[in-house]
Design a protein around this ligand. Structure first.
Ligand SMILES: NC(=O)c1ccc[n+]([C@@H]2O[C@H](COP(=O)([O-])OP(=O)(O)OC[C@H]3O[C@@H](n4cnc5c(N)ncnc54)[C@H](OP(=O)(O)O)[C@@H]3O)[C@@H](O)[C@H]2O)c1
Length: 237
């Protein structure tokens, strides 16, 4: 129960991986705030465990409002992401720009603002960002999404280094094919069956696998910073 009453913001926490994390942290009576973007009813299902706020992470004013709403923070977990799938190469430029905003710039600018507030208040803090197996291994066709997530990993490690020695830790989780949220439909369609058939992972991931990794990085006595943790059953080895 080391997270009891600790103020934790789950940005994009209304999605598949965020919901499982919120339930896990709520069981430890953390003080949760969850933000969503457009799916209000999905977020409303978490009203029993968190305060719910709408925000677009690509907008500077929304990022500031989010942090103002929560006040003194211990933890920030930024789930926000968009698969930015490109069906036709003519869409690539527009989709890559969109992917940069949602998967890289918005999350890293918010993380940096949160870290600056923690530094100014001289309090310890934990920041967790979300990448993907596609930024760790090469999945053809994933330029828009994977390029932005790979940038995020690098910038997160830079932030971790800038915060070194101040007890503000910054880490990244890179999930594999997880049967929740944005990958749920792809898994149901069989798109990732080869990962199991070829023995690259023993099963598809569960949202709870990821939630436990988030909890690990949020532990107040955790001594780890600047790392990217793959939670993918071995796919990217
Ligand atoms: N699920 C997987 O298998 C998997 C695998 C690898 C990596 N990941 C990564 O893990 C993270 C969470 O994935 P998930 O499966 O939980 O995704 P998800 O179910 O699609 O949830 C995404 C969350 O981000 C929010 N969001 C989207 N655009 C936003 C914006 N412009 N501003 C603010 N919030 C925004 C969504 O809000 P609304 O729903 O209200 O729009 C939702 O809360 C993502 O970064 C994803 O890239 C997931």
């Amino acid at each position: 129960m080391t997270l009891h009453n600790r103020s934790i913001l789950l940005v994009g926490g209304s999605g598949g991986l965020g919901t499982a994390t919120a339930r896990l942290l709520a069981a430890e009576s953390a003080a949760l705030t969850i933000s969503y973007h457009s799916n209000e009813s999905r977020a409303a299902a978490l009203q029993d465990v968190a305060d719910i706020v709408q925000a677009d992470i690509t907008k500077s004013a929304d990022r500031t409002r989010l942090l103002d709403t929560v006040g003194q923070l211990y933890g920030v977990v930024i789930f926000t992401g968009d698969p930015s799938r490109v069906k036709d190469q003519a869409q690539l430029e527009a989709m890559a720009r969109h992917a940069q905003e949602v998967n890289y710039l918005g999350p890293i600018l918010l993380a940096r603002d949160a870290a600056a507030r923690m530094q100014a208040a001289s309090v310890p803090g934990a920041i967790v960002l979300f990448s993907t197996m596609q930024a760790v291994s090469l999945f053809p066709g994933s330029t828009a999404y994977a390029g932005a997530k790979a940038s995020l990993q690098h910038a997160a490690r830079l932030l971790a280094k800038e915060c070194r020695g101040q007890n503000i830790r910054v880490n990244v989780i890179a999930p594999g094919a997880t049967a929740a949220g944005m990958a749920e439909a792809s898994i149901a369609s069989g798109k990732y069956n080869h990962l199991i058939e070829q023995g690259l992972a023993p099963r598809f991931g569960r949202a709870e696998d990821v939630a436990r990794a988030v909890r690990f990085f949020l532990e107040p006595d955790n001594y780890i910073t600047g790392q990217v943790l793959s939670v993918d059953g071995g796919v990217t080895l």
